[in-house]
Ligand binder design. Structure first.
Ligand code: MRU
Length: 338
């Protein structure tokens, strides 16, 4: 598996996900502003990956005399927190970095302590994805065909992914699932990224236009739907890529299980329900002029929310690094994460 991001010599190195699948190249960040820009433009994207990138981003902070300082680190945290609002992993990672600053008295030690914390966040993500793979495999081991939306694979995390982790786990143990990947308008993370990484791994993948999933579920060609999450509220409501909610309704209507795979860093116990999750609104141009081609007349308005919220009652189970929560609700999730 390709590592989505790495950090060496004061440089954050990202696979540039805006260029895939045509070009596999890296984007190097040496300043906080470059990391901010990379998160905003989705050079790095996916809830866990932006948390890790932001943590490393803090380590790049310098003051006006080009030196690391407590004040510069705190400013970097505030700046990076403004990059994208929905994925709680970003704020979770930045809070951990803020806690390191608060608990380190010696300013000389701060750079090393912060880098150590960023690396720990990165290492923990690898472990969590592996565990999600193991735990989720038990739900999919009898399936032949699964449907996923957006990209919740290795590219959205350090490596392995969340929704794709059980698929990789089963593949390693000799059971190859066939994957249907929604193209995922408007930025095509399913067509460009999920299809790319599964193909790299040798796992068969078929890309669907977003509007095809209903007829595919109706014809009985899908055994399970599995997606990732950007934020899970205390009651189990799930924010994920726009188009996830209608997919969950379709799955329920056709009696197909709808699974959500996410690490504990995606869980937000401070929000009672999904109605309180801030939904990122992205630019008109992503819908109206993708890749420079005008698809919408200038006089027409465009809506471009990046995420929607699926109510917990439509979720068959949430898979985390700790195990599986069937039919999630407030009580079960509180117990799971206690
Ligand atoms: O806008 P994106 O590409 O960052 O959206 C990503 C998703 O919606 C993923 O499904 C989610 O972050 C889970 S990633 C393991």
């Amino acid at each position: 598996m390709t590592e989505t991001l790495s950090f060496a010599d004061d440089t954050l190195i990202l696979i540039d996900q805006t260029r895939l699948p045509a070009i596999l190249e890296t984007f190097e960040c040496r300043t906080v502003e470059q990391v901010f820009d990379a998160i905003l433009r989705l050079v790095v994207r996916g809830a866990p990956a932006i948390g890790i990138a932001a943590a490393y981003g803090v380590c790049l902070a310098r003051d006006s005399s080009d030196k690391p300082s407590r004040d510069a680190y705190l400013k970097a945290i505030d700046r990076l927190a403004q990059s994208r609002p929905t994925a709680v992993n970003l704020f979770w990672a930045l809070d951990r970095m803020r806690n390191v600053i608060a608990s380190t008295d010696d300013d000389q030690r701060l750079p090393d302590s912060l880098l150590c914390e960023a690396k720990t966040i990165h290492d923990e993500d690898r472990e969590m994805c592996r565990a999600i793979g193991r735990n989720g495999a038990s739900l999919l081991e009898k399936s032949q065909c699964v449907l996923t939306h957006c990209n919740a694979g290795g590219l959205a995390t350090s490596v392995w992914g969340t929704a794709l982790a059980p698929i990789y786990h089963l593949y390693e143990s000799g059971h190859t699932l066939k994957v249907f990947a929604d193209e995922t308008r408007p930025l095509l993370q399913g067509a460009r990224l999920t299809a790319w990484e599964l193909s790299q791994a040798g796992i068969p993948v078929t890309v669907l236009t977003d509007s095809m999933s209903g007829s595919l579920l109706r014809t009985g060609n899908v055994d399970a739907v599995i997606v990732g999450a950007d934020r899970i509220a205390a009651n189990g409501d799930v924010a994920n890529k726009i188009g996830t909610y209608p997919l969950a309704i379709l799955a329920r209507y056709h009696n197909v299980p709808f699974y959500v795979a996410a690490p504990s860093s995606t869980f937000d116990p401070n929000l009672a329900s999904g109605d309180l999750i801030p939904i990122e609104q992205r630019s008109r141009s992503e819908v109206a002029e993708p890749y420079g081609v005008t698809l919408v007349p200038p006089s027409a308005d465009v809506m471009n929310p990046a995420f929607d919220v699926t109510p917990a009652e439509l979720v068959s189970a949430i898979v985390t690094e700790r195990g599986v929560v069937e039919q999630p609700n407030h009580e079960k999730l509180a117990k799971h994460f206690a």
